[in-house]
Design a protein around this ligand. Structure first.
Ligand SMILES: *[C@@H]1O[C@H](CO)[C@@H](O)[C@H](O)[C@H]1NC(C)=O
Ligand SMILES: *[C@@H]1O[C@H](CO)[C@@H](O)[C@H](O)[C@H]1NC(C)=O
Ligand SMILES: *[C@@H]1O[C@H](CO)[C@@H](O)[C@H](O)[C@H]1NC(C)=O
Ligand SMILES: *[C@@H]1O[C@H](CO)[C@@H](O)[C@H](O)[C@H]1NC(C)=O
Ligand SMILES: *[C@@H]1O[C@H](CO)[C@@H](O)[C@H](O)[C@H]1NC(C)=O
Ligand SMILES: *[C@@H]1O[C@H](CO)[C@@H](O)[C@H](O)[C@H]1NC(C)=O
Ligand SMILES: *[C@@H]1O[C@H](CO)[C@@H](O)[C@H](O)[C@H]1NC(C)=O
Length: 414
């Protein structure tokens, strides 16, 4: 049986960015990463400003190298070479699987980075969208009632093998064969929405993205689903900058390491919790977990905000080694005052190893007194130290620390 259990469960120019770091009433706005702004811009020659060799995907242009994103990806050699793929505006109904080890950069055509427009600073998820949409509709069961591993459902999967991408069962998931190679070493996507549109509410795990045994960075992207939107599996490292991530049940889950920076988490209701993490005992000190930093956690729209007031838990332990931290983030009044919860009433999965933490958040949903009296750990300036930035937490397969060369540097300057 698959986890998660069926739950009982603005235009901001770069020069004004510094000023905007002052805490506002609704949190920190993001700013776009402009690394590929010239290439992403919609110009009459679509490849103007792109790195040499960039492939062009379009459903309609005569200049297209491919009409589907997956066709462009499978055309790449299974080696260490680096490739860039520009995707024209439009909706692509397909699953995208990236298994090759060498760097792959997917660029969504968009004028936004060029104009300095943030994607992640959304007030609502309802009409928010990038020009490039990748859409798929799947949950972990079909009409005949068959149950699949959650990994089958994902719009985008970045993992070296099918087995490595599986969610699996038990306290640590399926074992992955020891000779499994690590890779993709450096996957990046810019200004693309990944939408799993299986149902307009939670109806079983429906992933928008899964990353396992790989490094992946997302800039100006959107991830939309209801249950288990973002999955970061075994040895997965995933970085989300200036993104919108929407969901309702356990919508950031996994075993690996995820860092969410200057993004909006949009609550489409609350069941389960926002984060549901499974830790792993390793021979080295690991920091597997999910970190939400300088971001905003808000109701997805005003019509549902009132029904969620003070109800949405920050996280719950998928196993007792859960680690998650919300730091320096804005929380609207949807958030449960006590913060985190146990897994279930008869199945708490909570013990002295469980690390469900907060540090210096703000907004009407952040109740320091209530948090202090709950299972939530309130970290001070000393105890937050090992977890202050991506370089502190991302590790290689054998616990090597500090490699963030796969993260777009511009996003780390902020
Ligand atoms: C992009 O530019 C081309 C040519 O300049 C134009 O035909 C097309 O409508 C533009 N697409 C969008 C989504 O703005
Ligand atoms: C899958 O399971 C969910 C939750 O049990 C249920 O609501 C949904 O209808 C099922 N979907 C299909 C296609 O059977
Ligand atoms: C992507 O992976 C899923 C799960 O293995 C599979 O069902 C699907 O066919 C794959 N899609 C492509 C386009 O390779
Ligand atoms: C994948 O894992 C399953 C179950 O653990 C195993 O039977 C199978 O041989 C594995 N496949 C590969 C290609 O390693
Ligand atoms: C608000 O969000 C909920 C959950 O996604 C959705 O069902 C509803 O249609 C949205 N309402 C509006 C007015 O956008
Ligand atoms: C991890 O190790 C601790 C301490 O030895 C043990 O109590 C716990 O059950 C282990 N948890 C898992 C999920 O392996
Ligand atoms: C939290 O608890 C500690 C120790 O019990 C106490 O010193 C501190 O004042 C409390 N803080 C708040 C905000 O309640």
């Amino acid at each position: 049986m698959m986890k998660l259990q069926i739950f009982v469960g603005i235009a901001l120019a770069q020069n004004v960015w510094a000023a905007s770091l002052v805490r506002g009433s609704t949190g920190f706005p993001g700013r776009p990463v402009k690394t590929y702004a010239e290439c992403q811009r919609n110009t009459s020659n679509p490849l103007q400003g792109c790195p040499e060799g960039t492939l062009f995907v379009s459903r309609s242009s005569a200049l297209a190298d491919f009409n589907s994103i997956q066709d462009a990806i499978v055309s790449l050699l299974n080696d260490e070479s680096a490739h860039v793929i520009l995707v024209a505006s439009g909706t692509y109904t397909e699953q995208v699987n990236v298994t090759r080890p060498g760097p792959v950069t997917l660029l969504g055509q968009s004028d936004d980075p060029y104009l300095g427009l943030s994607y992640g600073n959304a007030q609502s998820d309802t009409t928010h969208h990038n020009e490039v949409q990748i859409v798929w509709a799947a949950a972990n069961n079909d009409s005949s009632g068959r149950i699949f591993d959650n990994a089958f459902t994902s719009v985008l999967t970045v993992a070296p093998t099918w087995n490595a991408s599986l969610t699996g069962t038990g306290p640590t998931g399926f074992p992955v064969p020891p000779d499994t190679p690590f890779g993709n070493s450096d996957f990046r996507a810019y200004n693309i929405d990944f939408r799993n549109v299986f149902a307009p509410q939670a109806a079983g795990p429906s992933l928008a993205v899964g990353v396992a045994y790989a490094n992946a960075g997302f800039y100006g992207c959107g991830f939309y689903s209801y249950q288990d939107t973002v999955y970061v599996g075994k040895l997965g490292n995933a970085y989300f900058y200036d993104n919108v991530i929407a969901g309702q049940v356990d919508f950031l889950y996994g075993f690996g390491t995820a860092w969410v920076e200057k993004s909006t988490l949009a609550l489409r209701n609350c069941h389960g919790a926002i984060t549901a993490w499974k830790g792993t005992n390793t021979t080295f000190t690991n920091k597997y977990g999910v970190y939400v930093s300088d971001s905003r956690v808000i109701a997805a729209n005003n019509s549902i905000a009132a029904s969620m007031e003070r109800k949405c838990p920050l996280g719950r332990p998928w196993n007792s080694l859960h680690r998650s931290i919300f730091l320096n983030s804005y929380m609207d009044k949807s958030i449960l005052p006590e913060g985190y919860i146990q897994w279930g009433i008869t199945d708490p999965r909570f013990d002295g190893n469980t690390f469900m933490a907060v540090h210096e958040n703000f907004g009407p949903g952040y109740d320091a007194t209530a948090l202090n009296k709950s299972t939530t750990l309130v970290l001070d300036d000393q105890t937050i130290r090992p977890y202050r930035s991506p370089v502190d937490v991302f590790t290689g397969p054998n616990g090597e620390s500090g490699d963030v060369s796969w993260i777009d540097e511009e996003s780390l300057l902020g």
